[in-house]
Design a protein around this ligand. Structure first.
Ligand SMILES: [Zn+2]
Length: 155
């Protein structure tokens, strides 16, 4: 019983699943670090919405060790640079929802959100809230971000 429960929980956690799968483009994983990865949100609040999650299945930033904390902050900063370069973002919302009471979608596995912002993008966000974001446009954005990442990392 305990085995079935833990296997199911593992299966339901998209962060653990994506960490284990290998095709980065299919999984929309932009970068795999030592302790954490950067991936695109498949249901973005805005175009280019990224998430950073540790590989370990823990619920809060407080559960992370110092190495994990430092890499996550470094990946947040890298993600901002990538989004600026690829999509000319003018600002960002950066944060994490900790605990289901905060509105976290997947409260058991902590993750940071990086949402790019542009002047006047509220109308865009209203539009996408009512419309399914096409997988093609997600992949197109993914490729733009990946190109910018490679450019930044080759400097
Ligand atoms: Zn997990």
């Amino acid at each position: 019983m305990a085995y079935i429960k833990s296997a199911r929980e593992e299966e339901e956690c998209i962060f653990c699943t994506k960490a284990q799968r290998e095709n980065d483009e299919d999984e929309l994983v932009l970068k795999r670090g030592k302790h954490a990865m950067v991936l695109m949100n498949a249901y973005p609040y805005n175009n280019g919405h990224l998430m950073i999650s540790p590989y370990r299945h823990v619920a809060s930033l407080e559960d992370l060790n110092r190495d994990e904390q430092l890499e996550i902050i470094a990946l947040v900063v890298l993600s901002m640079s990538v989004i600026r370069r690829a999509l000319n973002a003018e600002g960002f919302n950066v944060g994490a929802n900790i605990g289901s009471v905060s509105g976290a979608g997947i409260a058991e596995h902590v993750h940071m959100h990086i949402v790019p912002r542009w002047k006047g993008d509220t109308s865009f966000m209203t539009v996408i809230a009512d419309t399914k974001v096409m997988p093609e446009s997600l992949v197109e954005t993914y490729r733009k971000l990946r190109t910018a990442l490679h450019e930044l990392e080759s400097h």
